[in-house]
Design a protein around this ligand. Structure first.
Ligand SMILES: *Cc1c(COP(=O)(O)O)cnc(C)c1O
Length: 406
């Protein structure tokens, strides 16, 4: 008898985006002449920078010629890309990361989902609330949680991100083993300071824990005092893995390229307490389960680090940040408490009512779609997420409509 993985039965159906699109469709059907503006999306809207497109095309042309054709590439990514990453994203920030500590992949989603399999099934996992659902669900699938009871999984230590802690949780008082952090945050848009991040690194050292640091939104950081990488914190290389992506940085959501940093000195432990290397385990896993990212895509990603590429991705980030600034200013002027939107493309708005209630109100009265915070976890109730991923014209129009609707 073929039985299923019983842990999958613990998963909660993700009604969030399905419910949103059902309500939007129903509204559009009832009001066919109303134009709907979507500020709910976690996907970029501007095309790839021309520097990336040129390199992408060149990569495709090379594939067409026997002399330059590429078959299977290195599963950890081409050195030409890993060297640029190590130099531009880390060395320039004072973080000592070498090219052979970079693993290029098809996405930060898959990396942050897959990494947990190199750790024991009995580790205690700490997960932010509200959260990018991937961290939680992949641990449910692996059997690291108990049942879902009263709105939360047993055995998970939830890190509440609330107004009281400025949406940046402190390390827990109990011991946890595997910690997920994401800054700038999805969905709250909150950022973490160096001293706050240092307290997590210290906690990981004291508790022999490991931090998984998702920096997918690093391209939106403009405040020079904020850390861009966890490796800017002394000692983090021993206790942290970092995920990065070209998705939000350079518009690669449909092109697929990301990378993970696993320093060689990063440590985990075997059952007897001996130090083991997550770097080696991940390398071993990749060689078994992955055959690398396509050559033209890696060429396109490497172009991000050219002079033109750097200028173009800066402009991309600035464009969305201008939207974010407008959203935050207008919502604040309307009397809503907001976080995010200054170093992040998301604005987390205190709804002053049930999240779905404000969702329905904005949809029916303003024709604007947001994301109800309740869909990201218990602490998201009472909030909505507004996304800056749209055109400036649409954001302007949405804000005018919200102002007259409320
Ligand atoms: C968008 C996003 C990513 C990027 O995922 P890709 O698979 O690289 O497109 C990673 N983490 C978070 C929190 C995100 O919102």
């Amino acid at each position: 008898m073929i039985t299923i993985n019983p842990h999958y039965q613990k998963l909660q159906d993700s009604y969030l985006f399905a419910t949103i699109s059902k309500r939007v469709d129903a509204f559009q059907k009832a009001n066919p002449d109303r134009e709907i503006i979507k500020l709910g999306i976690g996907d970029v809207t501007l095309p790839l920078p021309s520097a990336c497109i040129d390199a992408f095309r060149q990569g495709v042309d090379e594939m067409a010629d026997e002399k330059t054709f590429q078959g299977y590439g290195p599963y950890e990514g081409y050195l030409f890309l890993r060297e640029k990453i190590a130099e531009s994203d880390f060395a320039k920030r004072g973080a000592r990361i070498s090219a052979d500590e970079v693993f290029v992949s098809d996405g930060a989603k898959s990396d942050s989902a897959n990494i947990q399999e190199i750790f024991s099934n009995d580790v205690i996992v700490a997960i932010p609330d509200p959260v990018y659902p991937v961290y939680l669900d992949t641990n449910v699938m692996a059997g690291r949680t108990g049942a879902f009871e009263a709105g939360r999984y047993q055995r998970v230590v939830y890190l509440d991100s609330t107004k009281a802690n400025g949406f940046v949780p402190e390390p827990p008082s109990s011991a946890v083993d595997l910690i997920y952090l994401c800054y700038p945050n999805n969905p709250t848009g909150a950022t973490i300071s160096k001293s706050q991040l240092r307290s997590w690194v210290d906690y990981a050292h004291q508790n022999k824990a490991l931090i998984l640091y998702d920096a997918a939104y690093v391209a939106f950081i403009r405040d020079p005092s904020l850390p861009q990488s966890i490796y800017e914190i002394e000692g983090a290389d021993e206790v942290a893995i970092e995920f990065r992506s070209f998705s939000k940085t350079a518009g690669f959501t449909g092109t697929r390229c990301a990378y993970s940093i696993i320093p060689k000195v990063c440590r985990a432990f075997d059952q007897s307490g001996n130090r083991r290397s997550p770097h080696q385990l991940w390398e071993r896993r990749l060689s078994t389960k992955f055959n690398g990212v396509s050559y033209p895509v890696q060429k396109a990603a490497a172009a991000v680090y050219s002079e033109t590429g750097q200028k173009q991705i800066r402009e991309l980030g600035d464009y969305y940040l201008r939207n974010a600034g407008l959203i935050r200013r207008e919502m604040t002027a309307l009397g809503f408490d907001c976080v995010g939107g200054d170093n992040s493309p998301y604005i987390w708005v205190n709804a002053k009512m049930d999240s779905w209630k404000l969702f329905d109100l904005l949809l029916s009265e303003a024709g604007v779609v947001c994301t109800p915070g309740a869909g990201f976890g218990a602490c998201g109730e009472g909030y909505i997420r507004l996304s800056a991923f749209n055109s400036y014209q649409n954001v302007e129009k949405a804000m005018v409509r919200i102002k007259s609707a409320l």
